[in-house]
Design a protein around this ligand. Sequence first.
Ligand code: IPM
Ligand code: MN
Length: 363
Amino acid sequence: MNLKIALLAGDGIGPEVTQEAVNVLNLVAEHGKHTFEFKPLLIGGVAITAHGTPLPEETLKTTLACDAALLGAVGDNKFNHLPPNTRPEAGLLQIRAALGGFANLRPATAYKALADNSPLRPEITEGADIMFVRELLGGLYFGEPRWWDKDKNLAHNTMVYTKDEVVRVARIAFQLAQKRRKKVTSVDKANVLEVSQLWRAAVTEVAQEFPDVTLEHQLVDSMAIHLMNRPRDFDVVLTENLFGDILSDESGVITGSLGMLPSATLGGKVNLYEPVHGSAPDIAGQSKANPVGAILTAAMILRHSAGLEREAKIIEDAVIATLEEGNRTTDIARGNVAGQRTVTTTEMGKLIFDKVKTALAKS
Ligand code: IPM
Ligand code: MN
């Protein structure tokens, strides 16, 4: 298997966590005699600094010629004064649009080893396993018109969806549910927004194609509290762009840390893979970041772009085993807990790497 992977490490902790993901991918490649070729490219704040734009032409062109893209994080406080369309984040939004992936899969799994890391009681989170499917190319993020008239003290954004945009992402959610616990929870604000009424009608129509899957609708505000009160009740959670952004961060509470969450964006020309967390400038360059989100993202590359399901599972099991041994980056460390030790980004990466190596050798 040959895979060309655009490596968009980006800002802050992005380079540190993607390095750990790359190490694990290289290991899988070496073991399976695959060729994974990484193309390091600039995006976000580092690209603004080097080229004056968050998405240089070269980055876009090269990424479009790859089979997959692995992104670390974008965002740098240095650019907070800039308008949205020139900030580091704009580079990410532009590349998402250009690659065309509309279905952003964000799994949130509560690992037993981290049960005490969540502010939720263990009996609430135990066994929680949610697959968020966030629509990634529509809604307020891309709707036109958008502007801020500073003289008039007036700003405008547009939430817009076509039926087709809803149908295509809903189908992905139902297909995933068929392979899981056969339930889709569609999230909207249909008691207030016309866009949500269209969303609900389109999802209900798609549900007819999947009689084996149960569909429920939830309003986004009550969904926010249901997720905390009874996370185990949800299987696939389908949302529009902004609601999915918010709820997927919230699900970091269920898993114990936002640093644990991976994502994969499917459906376009090139699949885009990125951990859910941001660039965390406060801890960047200190080897404090949790590489698990990025390493689980590597597993998603193997699953969705390489057809290497067994290897993906080996990585996920290695993560669980490493956590069960008590290894903790600072975001999941809880002070002096017997049997736990705080490790750096590179140490955590190496511990997982070694377990993957052992498992591959046995397989
Ligand atoms: C995410 C991030 C991005 C988003 C930002 C960095 C543009 O928060 O991937 O969740 O809002 O989609
Ligand atoms: Mn987000």
